[in-house]
Structures are given as structure tokens and as C-alpha cells.
Write a protein that binds this ligand. Structure first.
Ligand SMILES: Cc1ncc(COP(=O)(O)O)c(C=O)c1O
Length: 378
């Protein structure tokens, strides 16, 4: 493939740090990279408390455990979301209540949340789609008035901001992904920030096997014991070493992604003005990180034709989420509240174009040229 959809970010320092872990037997457990990453996120990314996990999926599952989600509870979330956002709660027996999105940004429509609240509602899950922050002023007010938790899925949004604050600081619990397709990556990894201090003690137990291992390691008691449910969530020093090399360069990585994003936007604007495609329309308050560049085409059929045309030209483009309520499992384990005005229609129109850290300007220009050619031929 001449222009793949994505290539994992590599900045050059990864091997140097990874070798420090490989070079010393004990360093697999104690080389300090996990701590460096966690400190970086607190000091440079503004979260209250931050911990690395094996994936964002694990972080979401851990969030559901910390919040004590039980069968019969309900969670409100956009149906246009990654499957882990729902599964984390379905795994604990909760019901997903889906609401509609804003079409321009594909983030949850905050005006649809309050009417979805019932006596069973425990939390609102927000997804900063394509690193665009949701309307947290409104969502936090709703959560406060109804005594609900906010779980912020910030898988896409490392380093991105909303109204001057970093994404990942808005939830009681916020989650991050560092998988191979994120701007900042360690191949497979995640993070969780606990921004509500009242949840911290519970977090420690569930994070480390469901035990009081953390306080034991800090010197209290002769041994640690089983306290509650939990699992092995922490990441390895090896993954953290690669991650730290990239976190140190987070601004440079995101600024390259944004250059590419802005270039697509500027070059495809004419097609948008002619109403042949629709460009993303993030709110004014968004300061995104360029993680994902999408266009919307007329309909599903047009999208498939464009995907094939791009493929004929050695370019890989991808759809994104299939709305969760549209599958049989999603319908059996959740319900859509209110009208599905935009979720299904906009998801079918959406196509993501290639964007990655070492993408050449010439390659991006070629993608634009092929998209233009597609529309001039039809
Ligand atoms: C919004 C969202 N949340 C969670 C995940 C899962 O992330 P991970 O691969 O780290 O488990 C993804 C995956 O891309 C995602 O898009």
C-alpha cells in the first residue's frame, strides 16, 4: 500500500529507552519509566492522579468496577462510540442508554442527556471523538444535579484541550489509549486518571489484583491480602519506556498531526463549499490534536465507491464506528433514548483519510488529488 491508513508513531528515542530496560534484569520491574510517564501526565497534562494500564479498554473496565456498577444500573453514552465504552459497563451487568450526537463533531449532544436519566442511571460516559472535547460545562452541571459520575473516554485526545484545559481532566475518571494507532503510542497501552479524590482508595485496590498491595509496598503490614475484585491492570516498564520517549515529544507529535489535519481541511474546503463532501466542524472551544481526519460523503454507497477508488490508487481509507444500538447485541443490551436523528445517518457517511506522524506532505497532497479526481469524474 503506497499510502496506508495509519503508521505507528516512531520518534527515534524509543530504542534508547527500551534498551535501558532490556539491559538490566531488575529493570523490567523497576526502571522508573512507569513513574516518569505518570509524573509527566500529572505535571504536564494537568490530571489529578494518573496511572498506566494495559489498554484504554482495561481502563474503562476498571472505571466501571471503581464506580461499583451493578446489574440494573444504567449508563448514558453516545451510540457512536467504540465497543469498549459499552462493554466495560455491560460486563458488570449494566444497561446502556444511548443518545444522539452533534453531526459536525460526532460528540455526544449534551442536550439529549437529561431526558435519558432515570432512577437507575449511575454515570454518563463522554467520548472526546477525534480529540474534540464534549460540552463539559453542561454535562458537569447535569451530573452534579443528578448525582451522577462522569467517565471521560479520552482515547483519542492526548495533549488536546477544551476551553483551555487538557482533555482527560473533565471526568471523575478519564481514560486514555496508547495503542498502535494513537498519536502517542507504546504499541499497546492505556491510562486512567482519577480526578475525583474520593475514588482514589478504591482505585488502588482494584488496580492491583483487588488487594492492598500498594500500601504493603509502601511499607505497611507484613503481607498483602485479597480485599475486593480486581485484576492485573498496570503496564510493564518495557511498554512505559517506549511511551515515555513519545510523551516527551507529545507537543511535536501533535503539532505534526495538526499540520496534516489543517492541510487536508484547507485543500478539501472547495469540495465542502460545493456541497460534495462535508468537513468536520468542531466547536470553537476545541483545540484538537489532529488524531483523526474525517470527511462525510453523500451516503453509504458513495462512501464505498470512494473507498474503492482510493484503493485503486493505493490509498487506504477507513470507516469508523458502527453505532452500538444498531447491532443485535447492542439492541438486546441497551436502548436508544430519543430520536436517532444523526447517529446512524452520519456514521454511514463518515470516512477517515490517512493521517500519521511520518506522513509526507506529498502523500497527503496525493490523497487530496485523488479525492478531487473522484468528484470531478462523477
Ligand atoms: C474511543 C475509544 N475508546 C477506547 C478504545 C480502546 O482502546 P485500546 O485499544 O487502548 O483498548 C478505542 C480504540 O481505538 C477508542 O476509539
Amino acid at each position: 500500500m503506497k499510502i496506508p491508513f495509519f503508521r505507528t508513531t516512531i520518534t527515534g528515542d524509543e530504542l534508547k529507552y527500551t534498551e535501558q530496560v532490556l539491559g538490566n534484569g531488575d529493570a523490567f520491574a523497576n526502571s522508573g519509566f512507569v513513574a516518569k510517564c505518570e509524573q509527566f501526565m500529572v505535571h504536564r497534562h494537568g490530571v489529578e492522579k494518573f496511572f498506566l494500564t494495559k489498554s484504554c479498554t482495561h481502563s474503562l473496565e476498571l472505571a466501571a468496577i471503581i464506580l461499583d456498577i451493578k446489574p440494573g444500573d444504567e449508563i448514558i453514552l453516545p451510540s457512536y462510540a467504540f465497543v469498549s465504552c459499552a462493554n466495560a459497563f455491560a460486563l458488570r451487568g449494566a444497561t446502556c442508554v444511548f443518545v444522539d450526537i452533534h453531526p459536525g463533531s460526532m460528540i455526544v449532544d449534551e442536550t439529549k442527556i437529561e431526558s435519558a436519566i432515570t432512577k437507575k442511571t449511575k454515570a454518563i460516559l463522554t467520548l472526546n471523538y477525534a480529540s474534540v472535547g464534549c460540552n463539559y460545562a453542561v454535562i458537569k452541571d447535569i451530573a452534579k444535579r443528578h448525582n451522577l459520575y462522569i467517565v471521560e473516554d479520552n482515547a483519542h485526545g492526548i495533549g488536546a484541550q477544551h476551553e483551555g484545559a487538557f482533555l482527560g481532566t473533565f471526568g471523575d475518571i478519564s481514560t486514555f489509549s496508547f495503542d498502535h494507532m494513537k498519536n502517542v503510542s507504546c504499541g499497546q497501552g492505556g491510562g486512567i486518571s482519577i480526578n475525583n479524590p474520593a475514588l482514589l482508595e478504591k482505585f488502588y485496590v482494584h488496580y492491583e489484583f483487588g488487594t492492598n498491595r500498594r500500601s504493603f509496598m509502601a511499607g505497611s503490614g507484613d503481607s498483602y491480602e485479597w480485599k475486593n475484585i480486581g485484576s492485573n491492570y498496570p503496564i510493564s516498564e518495557l511498554n512505559a519506556s517506549m511511551l515515555f520517549a513519545q510523551l516527551e515529544k507529545m507537543e511535536a507529535i501533535n503539532s505534526r498531526f495538526m499540520q496534516l489535519w489543517n492541510s487536508y481541511y484547507a485543500q478539501l474546503k472547495q469540495l465542502d463549499e460545493k456541497k460534495l463532501i462535508t468537513l468536520p466542524a468542531p466547536p470553537q472551544t476545541a483545540n484538537n490534536n489532529g488524531h483523526c481526519f474525517f470527511i462525510k460523503v453523500k451516503d453509504d454507497e458513495k462512501k464505498k465507491k470512494l473507498v474503492n477508488y482510493l484503493l485503486e490508487n493505493d490509498i487506504q481509507a477507513r470507516f469508523h464506528y458502527t453505532p452500538l444500538h444498531s447491532s443485535k447485541f447492542g439492541a438486546d443490551n441497551g436502548r436508544f433514548n430519543g430520536e436517532d436523528k444523526y447517529t446512524s445517518a452520519e456514521a454511514h457517511r463518515l470516512l477517515r483519510l490517512p493521517i500519521y506522524f511520518d506522513m509526507k506532505d506529498a502523500d497527503l497532497n496525493f490523497v487530496v488529488e485523488v479525492v478531487n479526481r473522484f468528484y470531478s469524474n462523477r
